[in-house]
Design a protein around this ligand. Structure first.
Ligand SMILES: *[C@@H]1O[C@H](CO)[C@@H](O)[C@H](O)[C@H]1NC(C)=O
Length: 150
């Protein structure tokens, strides 16, 4: 019995170390696509603890339900229902792992990073990340709770 327990504990610990765990997200209206996986590294549990001065890798796997020449990201922190813009290094989805034009019914990996500026306050906030197509429809829109910490 003890051996079994130890094995289980070891396996759980290994799982936590292996990164690239998909996180549970909330879909906020992906009408031009379907989200398959949202991956924030490192973030194993929710809310994601985001340390100031660090940068987090974002990898969103989604299927397109439309074709589009362009894709543009918009990231917000939602605080008490009010969306506050977050800056990301490159808002052009076509330069974030996606080969444009986007074709209908294809799987894409959107790759970007989320730098957490040191001047951000230490608060709990919901991050909303959208990728819009040429008609301003959401290829994806997901929300995740995060805790900004120093
Ligand atoms: C993004 O996630 C997909 C699916 O998990 C994986 O196949 C791909 O290698 C990842 N890409 C990067 C750059 O991490």
């Amino acid at each position: 019995m003890e051996t079994v327990c130890r094995l289980v504990v070891t396996l759980l610990a290994l799982g936590a170390l292996c990164g690239a765990d998909p996180v549970k997200f909330r879909d906020c209206g992906s009408t031009a696509g379907k989200i398959l996986i949202v991956d924030i590294t490192p973030c194993h549990t929710l809310p994601c603890v985001l340390r100031k001065g660090q940068s987090y890798a974002v990898n969103v796997t989604f299927t397109s339900k439309t074709s589009s020449q362009t894709s543009v990201a918009a990231v917000h922190g939602i605080l008490g229902g009010v969306p506050i813009p977050f800056s990301i290094p490159n808002a052009d989805g076509c330069k974030s792992g996606i080969r444009c034009p986007i074709r209908n019914n294809q799987i894409y990996h959107y790759i970007n990073s989320l730098p957490v500026k040191s001047e951000y306050p230490s608060i709990k906030v919901v991050v909303e990340w959208k990728l819009k197509d040429e008609n301003d429809k959401d290829l994806f829109c997901w929300r995740l709770p995060v805790q900004i910490a120093s």
